[in-house]
Ligand binder design. Structure first.
Ligand SMILES: [Zn+2]
Ligand SMILES: [Zn+2]
Length: 84
């Protein structure tokens, strides 16, 4: 499996970073962190009721939640969204 394939699986949360072979783990962790900071899809505002964790700051989301329009499991709190 290629390193990029591991990145996709970790981003989809089908794979944990711990499960990535040692020789790829550093590269995969850097790329996953980068993509999570700069998500490639547009985000839309949804009610934040429920248990959501911000993918940028790892904090609980209360109130406004910015969710990926393409349906990824990607949520951002309002404070992080305003930072751009
Ligand atoms: Zn946040
Ligand atoms: Zn997305």
């Amino acid at each position: 499996m290629s390193s990029v394939r591991y990145v996709v699986l970790v981003l989809r949360e089908e794979y944990f970073l711990d499960e990535v072979p040692d020789e790829y783990r550093h590269f995969v962790s850097l790329l996953v962190a980068h993509v999570r900071r700069s998500h490639p899809h547009p985000l839309e505002l949804e009610p934040g009721d429920g248990e959501y964790i911000c993918d940028r700051c790892d904090g609980d989301i209360h109130g406004a939640r910015w969710h990926c329009k393409d349906g990824c499991d990607y949520d951002v709190c309002d404070a992080c969204h305003q930072l751009g």
